[in-house]
Design a protein around this ligand. Sequence first.
Ligand code: ZN
Ligand code: ZN
Length: 244
Amino acid sequence: MKVKYDLHIHTALSPCALEEMTPNNIFNMSKLNDLQVIGVCDHNSCGNVKPLIALAQRDEMVVIPGIEVETREEIHVVCLFSDVLNVYKMQDYIYNKLPMLKNKPKILGDQILMDYNDNIIGEEERLLSFATDISYEEIINKAWQLGGITIPAHIDRPSYSVLSNLGLLPDNNKIGILEISQYADLKQYMKQYKKYTILQSSDSHELGFIGICNQWIDIPLKDGEILDSNKFIKYLRSKAPKSN
Ligand SMILES: [Zn+2]
Ligand SMILES: [Zn+2]
């Protein structure tokens, strides 16, 4: 089954995202763009994944709960999970290793928590967009252990990416997928990184970018099977060398 995806979307919880990134706006914009699977990935937090999952239940869209983690090396990695329980376990692990700095909303932007009616239910006071004290390898292992998957984010970008910060892509048997940004040439990366699956997502911090990459992924499903987050994550994990 070919599904249209965008696996890297921020909400208003990320200080750098616009306030228009509310659960309903993200959901409706995703529908408008015919997305069938979306990943919700705020910086170092999953505080707004629940309302999006609740909204998607009314429809056939699959919402993948995720977190874009910043490692000790200042590398961004997208961690995706099949369920809310495990994404919250990941958040606990991250919060323990995230410096206790206070956000400065006026300078850095608001970090807004919302419900599925877009009501503001709180504001995250600790600064989310900061490096955790967790290494690249440790994050990958933790996400795998929680039944999830790590995808090095926007590897084409000149900062906050594994290639920019380490100068190479370390071999890791739990990494089989790489993410490129909306500005990169997919064909070029597919040629250059043949042993990996290359996914292209928007890294949307504003509504207008959601679904802009127009990318599809083929998920093997049996006749009559309905796609859900479990099956989607299982498929992504099958791309890792470890699973072979
Ligand atoms: Zn990033
Ligand atoms: Zn991002």
